[in-house]
Design a protein around this ligand. Sequence first.
Ligand code: PEP
Ligand code: MG
Length: 919
Amino acid sequence: MTEQYVYSFQNGDGKNKQLLGGKGANLCEMTQIGLNVPPGFVITTSACLDYLDNHQLADGLLDKVKVQIKEVEQTTGKTFGGGENPLLISVRSGSAISMPGMMDTILNLGLNRKTLAGLIEQTNDPRFAYDAYRRFIQLFGKVALDIDDEKFDVHFEAIKKQSGVKADVGLDAGHLKEISDLFLQVVHEETGNPFPEDVFEQLEISIKAVFNSWTGKRAVDYRREFHITPDMANGTAVNVVTMVFGNMGNDCATGVGFTRNPGTGINEMYGEYLVNAQGEDVVAGIRTPKPVHELKKEMPDLYKQLVDLRNKLEAHYKEVQDYEYTIEKGTLYCLQTRNGKMNATAMVKTSVDMLNEGLISKEQALLRIDPELLEQLLHPHLDPNNNIPSLAKGLPASPGAACGKCVFDADSAERLGRTGEDVILLREETKPEDIHGFFASQGILTSRGGKTSHAAVVARGMGKACVAGAEDIKVDVKSRRALVSEVLISEGDIITIDGSTGEIYLGRIPTIQPSFSEELKTMLAWADEIAEIRVHANVDTPERARTAASYGAKGIGLCRTERMFNATDRLPIVIDMIIADSTEERQIALDKLLPFQRDDFQQLFEAMSPHPVTVRLLDPPMHEFLPSEQQLLDEIQALKQYETILLGQKVTLNTLSSNTPLPPPFDQLDEEVVNIAITKKELMLKKVRDLFEVNPMLGHRGVRLGMSYPEIYKMQIRSILESAAICIKRQIPVLPEIMVPQVITAKELVQVKQYVDEIKHEIEQANRIELKFKFGTMIETVRASTRAGALAETAEFFSFGTNDLTQATFSFSREDAENKFLPLYNEMGLLEDNPFEVLDVKGVGQLMKITVDLGRKTRPEMKIGICGEQGGLPLSIRFCHHIKLDYVSCSAPRIPIARLAAAHAKLLENEYSEHQDDR
Ligand code: PEP
Ligand code: MG
């Protein structure tokens, strides 16, 4: 063994999380800055990888471990395996990236018959000693020997029942001794071997078990879900720490805390503790803990020490800390600290506050927030004015509102979630193995546990609503029902939870959109100061434009005009335009459409004034505005049947010589009217058949329509420029940009530009004004990319339509790939990501680089942006910044994310690499 695999807390490098894991590095760092950490050492992540590769511990590793144990013995005065003052240790996992509860931990290691006797004599507290012993046997049995928890639990529950005890604390030393003996038997029966008495054997087995937990299902699932790659965290370290006990009596306690409130970000003491308990009891939610403020009354001196610890942690780490502590007979120990996982509201508030307090710089304030996190801030919350009484109340553990069908286990949540249903996972308490249920649920509700229980921590990390510890709810998983006083909740019933207040409601409660907090505005304004790439919005309606502007969009990067054609008052005119037989007929329909479009653009320009608005000329194939062939056939058949009925009616009336007129509207519906309808439908059917294309997305669309039907593009150009003229006259600053889709050659652009110039001249003359606007093209075809130099002679701006450009580069149909083979490609590792979601830097990105170079060679000041879906993704924004695009355009809710990501891209530009590889 040449590499050093074991470090004492005194010697390990507190900054090297890759090697020592986050927990190990922090234990080293805390020890070295003088905090009271129980002595111990770290076995490195490299030792884990070595073990996983070779299926055995590295040569000499156990000798080094023994040397470290000796050191701990010397510092503590205790002996590992000793009968007098026995040293007990915990063996804990910890990788570079925190994966709460995903891997394994063993406590009270070092107990055997001899040390147990020693512990009893030393503490004079057999109850405490047997309690530690039974906990150790069960944890060791479960984690290291792979024995089902249930095998132990049945005995535990049976003894509790026999002795008429409800809570664990009610068990006396005799009960716990009996339980320990039964547990030892369980181990023997399940493994065929007695429980290991040799403490070093216990340690060796445990180290291996923790290493193995790195490749356990839970940990692998978690890494996949959170995109934790090997370069972020590879292997787990093992932390061996002297046990300290929060359960040695009423002068002992254990607790967890955040240095600030992780739900709101407020700078206050936050956390929970339990007197006379072990740390796991708080996290597991077995007993409901007390808020930390009560410690002030209960143990005032220790509360002061805790405040001091909290202040030291923040001052040193310059980041909100999530810490664990134990009070053993009046001494406070800090057992662990890590950067606190908080929701978006708290992250933003703490960024702004910590900057104002001088704790961090503006760059740090921005960089500590993952842009994706901001999405939470745009989630709906419950309408505070709803008058519906709540059914029950728990602890507000992770803010946000969620509504869905109630399910009682993680597997059902996953099953139902996969079908697209919204679900709320209702459990007594959650455990790490429920993680897949979290992913599938809209919200989590538990009847036990506190704000730092597993459910609360994991939900907060995921930004999902969570109400914890709603003790009035009696959950019965077996019958898949829960009871709240008289009210029964059955599986599948809709419930709503409010993670901000803790209220739980039966049924669906209306929600409202959240507004931007002042802190978020402040932080995003800092982001804008730093960012070089601007953020525009992909919106098509004035209302969405106003929302986008309120989210901070600096323009509209893509207005898809076809969406304006689909409104109910326009579609019939659009259909007339499509089925028109001659240019003149088409012009009549276009003349009707023009005022609608002009009005749309005017409102859009006003909503986004004074920023630019890029309007794309018609793009989709025309058949998209018509019904399908089958629908038309069915309708024509129905009309013909109706025509026969009308005829029959007439015959009936004539035969009976009745003078009774038919009531309206049937009096109007004679065969002639029906005939007109049939003729129109038949014309539409003919058009649908004429327009049929095997692959319309690669067919008659985009500028090809503008070439075939110049009058359509001319109408749109006129609407844009006339509305600009109206705005100018009303002194509203406007910056329209006319954008041509699907271009393959400069000649197409020259042609459209000619229409533009003619219309511009006409409008300028008529209004005696000068129109200022830009003319440009989308880059969506490979040919446009390679001909960018020529296109730039006419185009004043480029906008990458990376949805189509990805389709063109991969020859993947954007309509089908994502449902058919792309998931398999990702699973097999043939492609890392879905290229329609994450910009494919290695393929599409290279075309973009060529385009930028060629375009700016012709026109150095060329404005270039992106408006494909990838434009709102932080990873893609970093690439766009890298190749010097001027803007990214994305949907409105992604604007805050993109603004922060744009600042990150600038701040981290020197660390950017395109990760070139050969695939
Ligand atoms: C694109 O192709 O990236 C684009 C924005 O256009 P659309 O998605 O409308 O084809
Ligand atoms: Mg496109």
